[in-house]
Design a binder for this molecule. Structure first.
Ligand code: FE2
Length: 255
């Protein structure tokens, strides 16, 4: 480990009144306050974008207006911020100017696979189209998809192409799902942790709990690697996906 790495949140629904995240500026402010208390310094805002039923231009107008309404608060709290989108993998994406949906000025795009259990055959084509344009997809919450966490070969397939993966802080901090999160991390398929925060009550920011849990179960090097990867992406560097955190050895049990 070397040097200080700021905490970065690359996926959240903190901007108010634009999707199923914070419903108003007060809830946004509460989420930002949580980020602050947990030590976050860099935030990339990622409201949902659904190509099949949203107007492309209107999405950017709404996002920019929502951000503008919080600008004073964000500045006062001292965050570095960028604007992006959580882009649902839908067929209509083929018709759109995909680079506009990148995460800020980086060469990454936050891509969310469908939740209906299906594995869209044209998913590969969208991914390849992005990669041909020099854009690396960051797959959102890979732990939510059977076809990824039950079949790591699918993850390897996309990782070998240059895709990057994150899991949600919630998954790590909930007892019921933490084993699965640690398993994916130890297998080398988790490159960063994001809050995916929506609401201070229902889906709050839990980055601190997630990092504490990972430090305890896997070790401080793993936390450092995850934080460094998120910082690298935010600053448009190259995330090296094929390195694994060293796994702390215990005499009894797996962790
Ligand atoms: Fe999300």
């Amino acid at each position: 480990m070397n040097g200080y790495v700021p905490i970065t949140d690359l996926h959240n629904h903190i901007l108010p009144g634009i999707d199923d995240g914070a419903r108003n500026p007060d809830l946004s402010r509460a989420l930002l306050q949580s980020e602050k208390e947990q030590g976050t310094e860099q935030i990339l805002f990622t409201p949902h974008f659904y190509a099949n039923h949203m107007d492309f231009e209107e999405f950017f107008r709404n996002r920019d207006a929502s951000f503008a309404s919080m600008k004073g608060v964000i500045r006062d709290m001292g965050f570095k911020t960028k604007l992006g989108a959580e882009v649902r993998l839908q067929e209509k994406l083929f018709e759109l100017d995909l680079p506009r949906l990148r995460m800020g000025n980086t060469h990454y795009l936050l891509l969310e696979w469908p939740f209906d259990g299906s594995y869209p055959v044209w998913g590969d084509e969208i991914v390849d189209r992005l990669l041909r344009r020099g854009i690396r997809p960051l797959f959102a919450h890979i732990e939510r998809y059977d076809f990824f966490f039950r079949n790591e070969e699918n993850l390897r397939h996309f990782m070998d192409k240059g895709c990057v993966f994150h899991i949600n802080a919630d998954t790590v901090s909930y007892k019921r799902t933490s084993g699965q999160a640690i398993h994916l991390l130890k297998d080398g398929f988790v490159h960063m942790i994001c809050s995916d925060a929506h609401d201070p009550g229902r889906r709050p920011v839990r980055l601190d709990q997630a990092y504490d849990f990972i430090e305890e179960k896997v070790g401080p090097e793993a936390v450092w690697m995850l934080r460094e990867n998120a910082d690298t992406l935010f600053n448009d560097g190259e995330v090296h996906t094929h390195r694994r955190p060293p796994v702390r050895r215990r005499l009894f049990g797996l962790f």
